[in-house]
Each structure stands twice: as structure tokens, then as C-alpha cells.
Design a protein around this ligand. Structure first.
Ligand code: MCA
Ligand code: AMP
Length: 486
């Protein structure tokens, strides 16, 4: 049995969480999360309305203390995606910040308002509960595939503990670190690395609520030591740092700048280094695997790579014939496959998808990479062209196509990702409007983007919509997406 948060048992008055002007020490967090854990003990699964707030952090910590699996839900989630997640994960209770208005399927569940007001430091926290075994589900995080609705990735406590301890080693992460970030709290990056990471170390996190280059400047000029962000955030920092000496100075003062969730372009690496003298470290992970590789804080420069395997993580490159690539030569491309204690247990209610994702103990990531002569991995692409990474979010073309087809004005739809300086990739929709005798006026691009934002989530909305008379199809009737861009 692993104690996930030793510092909560010590319950010192050291700072743990800070969101804006609201903060909790370890002792205060042990009190509020401990009390909430007592209330939810015995539930099978809980949903957390995962706003970027201190309440979300308290709710997730309480669930982990109680040994109850938590499903973090995007607070901007659309109707059909929420209906799917609630049906699929069947939570018995929803935890939310007081006053938050919950949509349909969540509003119908029993609700507990999360109390996160700081109690007096003298308050004695309840005794720590008995923590369950390492294989017990800790979190269920929904992630997109190429087709169909998102799948619930069941993450055991073991995977959380392993990945956070491996990052401690790679990044020399200690209780003295103050992590700064503005990531959403319904994905691995912001929640597991960004909130549970500092708590496992006994350090603290300053969450900015919403990303801005000014907020990063402010926090890194204060006591912030580490910054986590997706490439879109570093792109914006890189653009600003060139003409903002205060930001450049703040970045220079940080102990560690870490980028992940998608590739950080070389130009952004270079601009940040030119302005601040600092290098950005990249790490590579996935919802299903948590973290696999990283450039080490104490290692050689490896810009443009995602570094070396983390301690305890097995990585192999496999060629198209299924053979393991043994060479490290800067040029042979293979699929990254991963095994180790960092892996998820299963896709919830999807034994078919779980089985298809593995080759024995090896998880097939779908990411294509080369290994250089120093052992660093360089990601060069991915197997599925129907997966789009936009703003660091993974989005399946199929789910957007289905949402578009559900609009009465759409007869046919195809979705692609095209390179975008800011977002990495931007979502483009190709639509054939309904034209039958009963068809109404064709929808506008804006209307279709709003429709997708309402059904799925705002970050899944197409940023560009093209209208066509027909989609290019091959003899089998399959849409030829390459031709769309031509
Ligand atoms: C715009 N908005 C709309 C619409 N248009 N809302 C409803 N309907 C519309 N039609 C709203 C949005 O909700 C948002 O509100 C605001 O307008 C701007 O939205 P958007 O343009 O999407 O924001 P952005 O500027 O593009 O955001 C960039 C971002 C964001 C801040 C970098 O993409 C982001 O937070 N990315 C993080 C992704 C992440 O954490 N990925 C980790 C998963 P408002 O402004 O109020 O929000 S990957 C992972 O976990 C793995 C393991 C890994 O390796 O890390
Ligand atoms: P998700 O499933 O949303 O957790 O996204 C995981 C995917 O993000 C991986 O399979 C990679 O394609 C991508 N990814 C994460 N980190 C990096 C990185 N540092 N460089 C390139 N791609 C990354």
C-alpha cells in the first residue's frame, strides 16, 4: 500500500495549494479534504465538476484519501459529451464548488458542495483514513480516440505514485518547489502533474486560474520555481518575452520550465532561450500511460527531443512488420510502445478497446519516433491522421464529424487538422450542406462551430469551416482527406 500524500499525514503549516488569493496549508488541506473523505467513503465513483479552483483540488484529494474513484468533468463540456460520460461512468455523487450551476445529467445526481474555506491552523485534522491497495482505481480521465465518443481511462493509484516519483527523479523536484501553471484540471497534465505532483512532494502549487503572460511574469517573479504549460502557452510566452523584459527576467529566474502535451516547435525553444537564457524541458506522456520520457533537469541539452525513458518505464520502438528496432541511429522510425507501473488498467466498459490497445504487456501509443545516438526519443508523427492536437488537447476527427452530422443543415462532414502557429493544429471542418427540398437555409460556419462547442466542448469546435458541393471519396466511398487540402 502506498501512502499517496505523506505530507498530508504530517499536516504541517507549510503551504500546499494557492488559487488566486485563496490558499490552504497541508494542515488545513488535511482538515477539509479529510472531512470530505469521511462523507464520501463507501461511494463507488464520484464526478468532480473540475473548474480551475481550490475546490476541485480538495475534492480530488478527498476522493483519493477515501479510495473512491473520481471522474473529473470539463466545466465547459457540451450536452452530448456530458450525457455520454455520466452514462458510461455512472457516478453516484457529484462534487462541485458551492454556487456552481450544473447541467442536466449532473444536476440530477446527489450533490455535495465542497467546503474549501481555510480552517484555523489550530484545527486538528481527522485521523488519516486507511488507503486502499495500489491497483485500486484513483481517477477515470476521458480521452478522445479517432472515432466514437471519448473513452474513460482507468488510472490506478500505482500509476499516479509511480509517475510522480519518476518525475521527482528526472526533474529534481522537491518540497521547496513552487509550481506555477494555468492548466485545466480535468486532464492528466493540469490535475495529476500540476496539482497532485506538488502535493506528493510536500511542495506547493500556485494556479493562475486563467493563462496570461502577465500572470506568469507575476508568479515567476515571486516565489514560483517551476512552470508547466502546453506548447500554445510557451508560444505565447516566446512571442511576449522578446519585448517584455519583466517576463524574460521572470523566466530566467525559474528553476525549471517544462512543456508537454504536444511538441514545442524549435523556433519557440529558441526564442525563449534567446530572451531568457533558459532552456525549456520537454516530457512525453499520454492519458493512458501518464509520463514515459523526459529531458532530465540534470542531463545534457536535448532540445527537439522528449528525452530519455523515466525510471521504471520500459520503452521500445516497433517497425511496421512488428519487429523491435534495436538501433539508436537518428533515422529509423518506429511506433513507441510502453510498459511499466505508469500504465492505466483499462478503458472503462470497453474490453474490446483495451485488448486492441495492447501487445501483451506493451501499450501501443500510436506515436512514431526515432531514438538518437544518445538515447533520446524524437517524436516525428503519429499513426492516426484522425487524431488532432489543438492547444494541447487531443481531439478525434470522428467525434466532431458525428456532432456535425447531427446538425439538421449538414448532409456530409469531414474534419482535419492543419498546422497552426498558436494551437499546433487547428480543427478544420469540410461540410456539404443539406440540399433536399425540405432543407432550410444552409448553416453558417459560426453556427456549426457553436453547435460543436455546445454538443462536445468549446476546444473541439472547428476554427474554420469550408462548404463544398461534395466530399472527395475513393471507390470504397471513403473520404480522401488529403485531397481536401489540395
Ligand atoms: C470561444 N469560446 C467559446 C466559443 N468560442 N465558447 C463556446 N462556444 C464557442 N463557439 C470560449 C472558450 O470557451 C474560451 O473561454 C474562450 O472562448 C477562448 O477559447 P479558445 O479559443 O478555445 O481558447 P484558447 O485561447 O485557444 O486556449 C488556449 C489554451 C487552451 C489556454 C492553451 O487550449 C488550454 O488550456 N490548453 C490546455 C490543454 C491541456 O491541458 N491538455 C492536457 C491534455 P475561456 O477563455 O473562458 O476559457 S494532454 C495530457 O494530459 C497528456 C497526458 C500530456 O502529455 O500532458
Ligand atoms: P492525451 O491522450 O491527450 O493524453 O495526449 C497524449 C499525446 O500527446 C501523445 O500520444 C503524444 O502524441 C502527445 N504528446 C504529449 N507530450 C508530447 C511532447 N512533449 N511532444 C510531442 N507530443 C506529445
Amino acid at each position: 500500500m502506498t501512502v499517496l500524500f505523506p505530507a498530508l499525514r504530517d499536516a504541517s503549516t507549510a503551504p500546499a495549494l494557492r488559487f488566486g488569493d485563496r490558499a490552504l496549508s497541508y494542515r488545513q488541506l488535511a482538515s477539509v479534504a479529510g472531512a470530505l473523505a469521511e462523507r464520501i467513503a463507501g461511494e463507488t465513483r464520484i464526478a468532480v465538476w473540475a473548474t480551475p479552483t481550490i475546490e476541485t483540488s480538495v475534492a480530488v484529494v478527498a476522493a483519493l484519501l477515501a479510495g473512491v474513484a473520481a471522474v473529473p468533468v470539463n466545466p465547459k463540456i457540451g450536452e452530448s459529451e456530458l450525457a455520454h460520460i455520466v452514462r458510461d461512468s455512472a457516478p453516484s455523487v457529484v462534487l462541485a464548488e458551492p454556487g456552481a450551476e450544473l447541467p442536466g445529467p449532473l444536476a440530477d445526481l446527489p450533490r455535495i458542495d465542497v467546503a474549501a474555506a481555510a480552517p484555523p491552523e489550530a484545527t486538528q485534522p481527522p485521523p488519516p483514513p486507511f488507503e486502499p491497495g495500489d491497483g485500486t482505481p484513483a481517477l477515470i480521465v476521458y480521452t478522445s480516440g479517432t472515432t466514437g465518443p471519448p473513452k474513460g481511462v482507468v488510472l490506478p493509484r500505482r500509476a499516479l505514485a509511480h509517475t510522480l516519483d519518476a518525475l521527482q527523479d528526472a526533474w529534481r523536484w522537491t518540497a521547496d518547489d513552487v509550481l506555477v501553471h494555468a492548466l485545466p484540471l480535468f486532464h492528466v497534465h493540469g490535475l495529476i502533474l500540476g496539482v497532485l505532483g506538488p502535493l506528493r512532494r510536500g511542495g506547493s502549487v500556485h494556479h493562475l486560474g486563467r493563462f496570461s503572460t502577465d500572470a506568469v511574469t507575476r508568479e515567476l517573479s515571486g516565489d514560483g520555481t517551476m512552470l508547466f504549460g502546453v506548447p500554445t502557452m510557451y508560444h505565447r510566452l516566446a512571442a511576449a518575452a522578446g519585448h517584455d523584459p519583466a517576463l524574460a527576467k521572470a523566466l530566467a529566474a525559474a528553476r525549471l520550465l517544462v512543456s508537454g502535451s504536444a511538441a514545442l516547435p524549435l523556433t519557440d525553444h529558441e526564442r525563449i532561450t534567446a530572451a531568457s537564457g533558459r532552456r525549456v524541458i520537454e516530457r512525453y506522456g499520454m492519458t493512458e500511460t501518464l509520463m514515459n520520457t523526459s529531458v532530465r533537469a540534470d542531463g545534457p541539452d536535448a532540445v527537439g527531443t522528449v528525452g530519455v525513458p523515466l525510471p521504471g518505464v520500459g520503452i521500445r520502438l516497433v517497425d511496421e512488420a512488428g519487429r523491435t528496432i534495436e538501433t539508436s541511429d537518428d533515422e529509423t522510425v518506429g511506433e513507441i510502445q510502453v510498459r511499466g507501473p505508469n500504465l492505466f488498467t483499462e478503458y472503462l466498459n470497453r474490453p474490446d478497446a483495451t485488448a486492441a490497445a495492447f501487445d501483451g504487456a506493451w501499450f501501443r501509443t500510436g506515436d512514431m519516433a526515432i531514438r538518437d545516438t544518445s538515447g533520446n526519443y524524437r517524436i516525428v508523427g503519429r499513426k492516426a491522421t484522425d487524431l488532432i492536437k489543438s492547444g494541447g488537447y487531443k481531439i478525434g476527427a470522428g467525434e466532431i464529424e458525428n456532432a456535425l452530422l447531427a446538425h439538421p443543415g449538414v448532409a456530409e462532414a469531414a474534419v482535419t487538422g492543419i498546422p497552426d502557429e498558436d494551437l499546433g493544429e487547428r480543427i478544420v471542418a469540410w461540410v456539404v450542406p443539406e440540399s433536399g427540398p425540405d432543407a432550410g437555409p444552409p448553416p453558417s460556419g459560426e453556427e456549426l462551430a457553436d453547435h460543436v462547442a455546445r454538443q462536445l466542448a468549446p476546444h473541439k469546435r472547428p476554427r474554420t469551416v469550408h462548404f463544398l458541393d461534395a466530399l472527395p471519396r475513393n471507390d470504397m466511398g471513403k473520404v480522401m482527406k488529403r485531397e481536401l487540402h489540395a
